[in-house]
Design a protein around this ligand. Structure first.
Ligand SMILES: [Zn+2]
Length: 192
């Protein structure tokens, strides 16, 4: 297993026109290993991390919402587990974008909590966030003052479920009409 430093070093040798066999000797690894790095098959830790992250995102056009395809928390925000930095997918998008969200709130200009398009993410303070919520009618997105019995992850489960509407209504303690509307995408439209 090569270190990131070795991978970057081996790549630099390719750009400088070295033969793969001499690079293998210099880095004390096999010729096959060098060729793998040069073909782009060996990734650094950062590249592996970014690859893992973007594989969970549905990118649709530069300026559209990019919805998170992985798990969601109760607020409908994407969850991306990074052992050190954050467990929030949209905060991680900010980091990948080269901005520092430390001690800041990451806000969505599109009001879609599932979105991780860096163009839709703004850094702000908690006060900005509160002002936003007052200004916008959040009920349109489905979550109402914590009284809602459904949340985005439950909505996803309901839509995928092949169980009867009556059964789902009973489980989530809502009426059948609510389940039907969720299934027909008349409500919770922003959840994919
Ligand atoms: Zn968006």
């Amino acid at each position: 297993m090569l270190t990131d430093k070795q991978i970057i070093g081996i790549r630099a040798m390719q750009n400088r026109g070295f033969a793969s066999r001499s690079v293998a000797v210099k880095f004390d690894c096999s010729h096959v290993t060098v060729c793998r790095v040069w073909r782009g098959e060996t990734r650094t830790y950062q590249e592996r991390l970014e690859h893992r992250y973007w594989s969970k995102v549905k990118k649709t056009g530069l300026n559209n919402c990019w919805n998170w395809l992985g798990g969601l928390d109760n607020g409908g925000y994407g969850v991306f587990n990074h052992p050190l930095l954050t467990r929030s997918a949209h905060r991680f998008a900010i980091i990948l974008d080269g901005r520092n969200p430390k001690r800041k709130v990451v806000r969505h200009s599109c009001n879609n909590p599932q979105c991780v398009n860096p163009r839709h993410l703004l850094l702000g303070t908690h006060a900005d966030n509160v002002a936003d919520r007052v200004a916008q009618d959040r009920s349109a997105t489905g979550v109402k003052n914590g009284r809602a019995k459904l949340n985005p992850s439950k909505v996803q489960v309901i839509r995928k479920s092949k169980e009867s509407i009556i059964l789902l209504a009973r489980r989530y303690k809502v009426d059948c009409k609510t389940i039907k509307k969720v299934k027909l995408r008349q409500t919770w439209k922003h959840v994919i």
